[in-house]
Every structure is written in structure tokens, then in C-alpha cells.
Design a protein around this ligand. Sequence first.
Ligand SMILES: [Zn+2]
Length: 274
Amino acid sequence: MIYDALSQILDTTMYVSTLMQPGIDPHTYKASAGDLKQLKKADLVVYNGLNLEGKFSETLDEISKTDKALAVTKYLKESDLIYTDGTIPDPHIWFDLPLWQYCIRNTLDEILKRFQNQLSAQQIQFIEKNAEKYFLELTEAHHEALRKFAEIPQEQRVVITAHDAFNYFGRVYGVEVIGLQGISTASEFGLKDVVEMIHFITERKIPAIFIESTVSDHTVKAVIEGCKSKGHTLKLGGTLYSDALGPKGSGHHTLYGAFRHNVEMIYQSLKAGS
Ligand SMILES: [Zn+2]
């Protein structure tokens, strides 16, 4: 998501590359030797900062000592954050589009400040024009989501996903979101949880459950089977983008594309169930 924003906005004025490719789970990502070389060479390393890059944090800690690291979430206030797990803030802020835009705007300002001596007035103008387009698209997508979910009665706006990547999404778009796993894909989802989830879904007559592009789907399938044995048909709502965007050419390789895909999937399944 960070690469999508910065590569679109900075375009040819700066060289932007990403370590985590489409479909990669950031919670369990480990830096390779090639990555370390790239990190060393970079003038700036931009990352999430809310412990999203769990297995990567030691490397990032090292870099942050050199003032080369910039966390996009450092601009957020305590009240912006969601704590579902005691003291650890949920890192999945990108599906709250206004909050994400706030982070990217501040990150961009910091980048422009750091590199101001190396950029011409014309280049800065070009960057600002790209930024305007990026933010305008996300604002449109935000309003589209608000409009769509407003059509669904509040009590029916329940979404069940493979892991807790949609809490910020749920807060801003008024959707109750339940993840089968915790906020990191690294945590276990036990048999007891499956049984409880089947009970919950059957009671609430929830129409659909979603899998995610970066999470294994076998738990989701176990829940669907369990509901079936209790006489409740739980449909597979489709695949949502959670922690990674789609591959180039899929139309979902930008946050704009992936977000709109998610909204459409969720909207269609909730509408069918209402
Ligand atoms: Zn996640």
C-alpha cells in the first residue's frame, strides 16, 4: 500500500521500490540478503510502523537508529488507533481511507522536506499534481463505500474474514467485522474457536464469509462445513485483499482498485443476505 502511494505520487522524480511483492503476508515476512543490501543503499525506508512487519522489526529498528526510517503511522493520535488485543495497536489502517490519506499526506510532506534541495520547482509541482490525483481517487472510493453500505440495514452489516485486517474499515464504514484469527496471521486459531464461530454464524444467520489473498483458507472452509452440518448455508463471499494488493494487470494492484473490489464483494454478499 505504501509502495502504491509513493510510486504513483513520486513517479519518475525518485526511485521507489518495494521489498514485499503482491500476495506477500507482511506479518511473517523475513528480510532476505538482497533486501538488506537494498535497505542499506536507500536514502529513505518507509514502513507501516505499528508492528505490521513483525518478523522484520529488528531490521527496521536497526535502520531507525540512522534516521533513514520513516513510519507512515507516526502522525496518528492515540484516539485514531484501534486496540483489539490489549496494548498492541492494530496496524491495518489502510482501509480507513481518510486516515490513510492523512498518513500519506504527512509522509509526503516529510519526504519533500528531506529532499527539497534535490528537487526542482517543476518536479515538486509534478509531485503535487500526482498527489492530488491519488487523493481524489481515494476520496471518491471512500464516498462510494459510504453510499453502498448505507443501503444495508445496520444489523445486517456483519463481515467475517480470515484474520482481523478490517477493524478500521469496519469503524469508518459502519460494518461489524469479525476475524477468525487475531490481528496477526501468526496467531493460531484453534478448534474451540471454530466451534464458537460456527455457533455465532448460525445464530446470527450470517450469509457469507470471506477468504483473504494473503491468508490460508482452510479454517474458513472448516467453518463453512460446520455451519452446513447445523443446517445453515454459509456462502463463500470471495477473496478480499487484506494485507497485500493484487498483481499488476489484475486491476487490483492499487489501493484504489483493491479497496473498490473489497467493497463490491462485501456489498453484494450483504445485499443478497438482506
Ligand atoms: Zn494483517
